[in-house]
Each structure stands twice: as C-alpha cells, then as structure tokens.
Design a protein around this ligand. Structure first.
Ligand code: 10D
Ligand code: SF4
Length: 340
C-alpha cells in the first residue's frame, strides 16, 4: 500500500480509559445487588448515574426512580445516587423511616468533607461547578451559608466574599480541568490568598478520560462521545475534544443518533465514552462505524485504571445478613471487550 492510499484508510481511534469509573460501577452494582437481595421495588433518588440506558435497564428490573424522598412509601428502601445528597435529603429520608443505601461515590464524599471542614473554619467556599447539577446541590447543601457556586470563568467578576484573606475553592468532580484552572486563575487574580483544596476534586476518571480524548482529537475528523445529555463528564469530553483540535465532535446516547453526514469525507473517527456509559453502547457505535468502512480500530491508551470501591456499607451488612455475596470481579473482567 502506498502512503497516498494509506491516508485514505478509514480508521477509528478508540480512547482508553473510557466508560465506567469506579464510582459508577459501585453505584450500579449496588442497585443490582439490592434488587437481587431484597427484590423489587428498590427506590432510587434521582438517576443512579446520568445514563439513559442504565436507568432504563434498571427500571425494567424493578428499580423505581424518584425525584424526592416524599415520593417513596414510608419505610421503603431507597438508594441515594452516585452524585451524592445534602444533609437535608438525609434528614427527610430519616423522617420517613426509609431504609437507605448510600451509593454516593467516595470521591464525591471527599469533597463534601472538605466543604464541612472549611465551613467549620469559617471560610468563604467558592464551589466551581454547575448550578442545578445534583452533585453541586449535595456539596453546597453541606454548608449553604458558606458556599457560593461559580459556574464559569466569566462569573468570577461577580463573586463577593466577606474576607478576601479567608477564601478557598473546591469543585464538582466532573468538570473540564482546563476550564476549571482558568476559573481558579481568575479567582486568584481577585483573591491572591485563595486557598487550594487539599487534593484534586476533579476525579481521576474525569481527568483520565480528558487526557485520552485530548491525545486522539488532533488526528480526528470527528470525535463521537457516547454519553447522555445530562452527563456532565460526557458533555465535557465533547468540549475538550474540540478544544484539542478535533475537526468536529458530537455526543450520542447510542449509534442510532449518529448522523451519516458527520462521517461524510471523514477518514479518522475518534470514539470515547463518559464515566457513566456501559461498554455495550460503545460496541454499538463501533459496529455502526464498521458497517461504514471504519473497520481498523486502534486503541489510544493514556492510562490504566484498577481502582475499585467496596459496596456501600449498609448494603454489605444487608448482603451478609441475607447470606449473599458482596464480592464482584473487577469491571474490566466483566465488561465485554470492544475488539476481538
Ligand atoms: O453528570 P456527571 O458527569 O456528574 O455524572 P455521570 O453519572 O454521568 O457520571 C458519573 C459521575 C458522578 C456520579 C459524579 F461524580
Ligand atoms: Fe466518582 Fe469520579 Fe466516577 Fe464521579 S466520575 S462517580 S467522582 S470516580
């Protein structure tokens, strides 16, 4: 093959890491194990993770997704989603004597603890994140009198604090690293004593998926990000791909949402998926691409992940009492691999 023809070869660059993170895996398995052990229905406050397919699949198996605790019958079993809840939500669940299982990702809980600690020390806490997102509501709810949400770099000028010498920033776990750093840079211009959080709040999974898509984006005519519209980390991957040089980038829930026009004239297509996305949906996209001649799939790996969180404490106790197993193989050995 000459170099002239090889540049016309249609190929897929498949990002790795992609898909399920440790917090999502734990939360989804928690609902599955609760259904298996206690039987349906199991109530879940909000979407367990922001993925349509996951929510539909669990609904079919007997999970009932509600918006608030007052929709759950007194004394019933309720799972809190991976995005976390405020103390007020915990209190309202306790007031209804709900049997709760807390599937909040431990890395979200870590940010909650930071908010509590800095509020106790009477800091003004600038929470970089998106107003209305469940994680932001939960974190801000830990210290509503001390937290103000900063949505973007452009909002920095509107921030007012009581004492510029006592200000700290923390963040939502699923933001764009680059945009967040720009927000911090502008905040620090205004408040030079601004304190950093004790460790990164944007989690390892969010960071790893952004690094991987950044690596493949400059070579791509189009990047397809598998993920749902309300998935912050998935939507960020589209933005990051474009900023890193992809000619175009789109988010789809599944292959049927791919517009054939996106592929016209394309020779290199990047594929990745958000942290809440089961691998089966990526396989579905790869199958469609293969049908359009994109049958050369090359993995672009920038990190390996082996983190796994133990199941929520209340569930482990329940499984033990029921004589059921709380063990599960690592997600990598459970997921169907995209390539033969
Ligand atoms: O919208 P998002 O990116 O925060 O959530 P998603 O459920 O898509 O991914 C998992 C991230 C969680 C639970 C927040 F840490
Ligand atoms: Fe936890 Fe990060 Fe996954 Fe969110 S994206 S559930 S913080 S590991």
């Amino acid at each position: 093959m000459t170099s002239g023809t090889s540049t016309l070869t249609k190929r897929v660059l498949l990002a790795a890491p992609r898909g399920y993170c440790a917090g999502v895996d734990r939360a989804v398995v928690a609902v599955e194990k609760a259904l298996e052990t206690y039987g349906a229905p199991v109530y879940v406050r909000k979407e367990i993770v922001h993925n349509k397919y996951v929510v539909e699949t669990l609904s079919e198996r007997g999970a009932i997704f509600v918006n608030e605790t007052d929709e759950v019958p007194e004394g019933a079993r309720l799972v809190f989603s991976a995005h976390g809840v405020s103390p007020a939500v915990r209190e309202s669940a306790a007031a209804r004597s709900l049997d709760t299982i807390d599937a909040t990702c431990p890395l979200v809980t870590k940010v909650h603890k930071e908010a509590v600690r800095f509020a106790k020390d009477d800091y003004d806490i600038l929470l970089i994140g998106h107003t209305g997102h469940e994680e932001v509501e939960g974190t801000a709810g830990e210290a509503p009198d001390h937290v103000q949400v900063v949505n973007s770099p452009d909002e920095v000028d509107q921030v007012t604090v009581r004492d510029p010498a006592k200000v700290v920033w923390i963040s939502q776990t699923t933001l764009s690293v680059d945009e967040t750093m720009e927000t911090v840079r502008r905040l620090r211009e205004r408040f030079p004593s601004l304190q950093d959080p004790p460790s990164d709040d944007i989690c390892y999974a969010t960071q790893n998926r952004q690094v991987a898509v950044k690596k493949l984006a400059p070579e791509c005519d189009v990047v397809i990000v598998v993920g749902s519209a309300n998935s912050s980390n998935s939507v960020r991957l589209v933005e990051v791909a474009l900023q890193a040089g992809a000619r175009s980038a789109y988010r789809v829930d599944r292959s049927s949402e791919i517009d054939e026009a996106w592929l016209e004239g394309a020779t290199t297509v990047g594929v990745t998926s958000g942290a809440s996305v089961p691998e089966i949906l990526v396989r579905d996209v790869l199958a469609l691409l293969e049908g359009r001649g994109f049958d050369d799939v090359q993995e672009v790996r920038t990190a390996t992940e082996d983190l796994m969180f133990s199941l929520p404490r209340e569930l482990r106790a329940g499984l033990k009492a029921a004589g059921a197993d709380d063990k599960r193989p690592h997600k990598e050995s459970r997921k169907e691999l995209p390539l033969a």
